[in-house]
Design a protein around this ligand. Structure first.
Ligand code: EPU
Length: 338
């Protein structure tokens, strides 16, 4: 491990915002991480754990110790006729784990193809796409408490997973570092084709009983067609969550906007497409300086050049205001703002 001072984070966040961390350290094992967390010289430093930097907006320099977790390894721990139990290090790029599973014909995370970020970041916001969620295959994870360096294993019930959230984004926010994750994948389940965009794409391409490789390729194609590649245009995927409203509020909105895009949610509530709400406010493809929404997807805020974190945030706040004024809905950030 190597400690860097005044380290540029431009290549460590997918928005490509040019900020610095006062202290930056990359750790390659749980032992190295424990050593750092218990090191007396860092005791008083504010600490933040960086995964892939794909869901974070730095609005200014980080005046503390930024820890990049680069713990590697993908291992099959158990295998029987029906399933496999896989353990992956928190530093593994999420899509590498997806590829490993798709190549092995292990079913359960193929719809999560090409989600940016690392394995360790996946449980924090319970990543999801095209009808699958991280929590669906999750078994347990290991990690350390930031304050004490103490180790703990969390099983599924401990994690309080919900739509784009978990205990690690709420009560334990910035207080627990994931070091490894265990998932159970099926060897004989059929792919999940409940998401309309996915089933439509497969049908259009004449694929009737897709293999998981075909599902993974289809998801990759759909993503590429509407989500800008963060390697080329700075972005962090969906900036806001899709808001969930009561049955009554939804009925009123639907009466006024018959084309509103929505999905059923838990306990009779309705999830509304934030992309649709933003587009309806006239903000799809809108640009202010180097910041703008993607012309293909209004929920993706992009850094088209050298935007600062505060310019991106200001733009996002204007979107929130417009949506609140027009629809009476308060959008909530999906991206972590630091
Ligand atoms: N839509 C619009 N205008 C837009 C964008 C979307 O009207 O500018 C409408 C369209 O009708 C479209 C529908 O919204 O068919 C749904 O769009 P999409 O399939 O892209 O899904 P989403 O609800 O916008 C969510 C996730 C994405 C995930 C997709 C696919 C959230 C906040 N976002 O987006 O996740 O890839 O579903 O499952 O739940 C991410 O978390 O960063 C992310 C990209």
């Amino acid at each position: 491990m190597l400690l860097n001072k005044n380290h540029s984070l431009k290549n460590w966040n997918t928005f490509g915002v040019d900020v610095k961390a006062k202290l930056f350290i990359e750790v390659f094992s749980e032992d190295e991480l424990r050593e750092i967390l218990s090191d007396i010289k860092f005791k008083s430093e504010r600490k933040f754990i960086l995964g892939g930097g794909s869901n974070i907006l730095f609005k200014k320099d980080f005046e503390g110790l930024l820890i990049k977790v680069s713990i590697s390894g993908i291992n099959v721990l158990e295998e029987n006729d029906n399933s496999v139990l896989i353990e992956a290090g928190a530093g593994i790029i999420w899509n590498e784990l997806v590829k490993f599973c798709v190549d092995g014909n292990y079913v359960g995370i193929e719809n999560l193809t090409l989600i940016p970020g690392t394995v360790g970041a996946a449980p924090i916001q319970n990543i999801g796409a095209y009808g699958q969620e991280f929590a669906d295959t999750f078994v347990s994870l290991n990690g350390l408490f930031v304050e004490t360096g103490e180790q703990k294993t969390f099983i599924k019930d401990d994690c309080k997973f919900s739509y784009r959230s978990s205990i690690f984004k709420e009560e334990l926010k910035n207080n627990f570092v994931v070091t490894s994750v265990r998932l159970r994948l099926s060897k004989n389940l059929k792919p999940n084709l409940t998401y309309k965009a996915l089933s439509d794409y497969l049908a259009k391409n004449g694929i009737i009983n897709p293999t998981i490789k075909e599902v993974s390729s289809a998801v990759a194609e759909i993503r590429k067609s509407k989500l800008p590649d963060p390697q080329k245009i700075g972005n962090a995927g969906s900036f806001f969550k899709n808001p969930v409203v009561s049955e009554d509020s939804f009925r009123k909105l639907k009466a006024e906007y018959s084309d509103i895009v929505s999905f059923p949610s838990e306990s009779g509530q309705t999830k509304i497409s934030a992309g649709w709400l933003i587009e309806k406010c006239g903000w799809k493809g809108k640009r202010v300086g180097d910041v703008g929404t993607s012309p293909d997807h209004a929920l993706i805020i992009c850094n088209f050049g050298n935007a600062t974190g505060s310019e991106i945030l200001e733009f996002a706040m204007r979107i929130k205001e417009e949506v609140a004024n027009k629809f009476g809905i308060q959008l909530e950030e999906e991206v972590n703002i630091l």
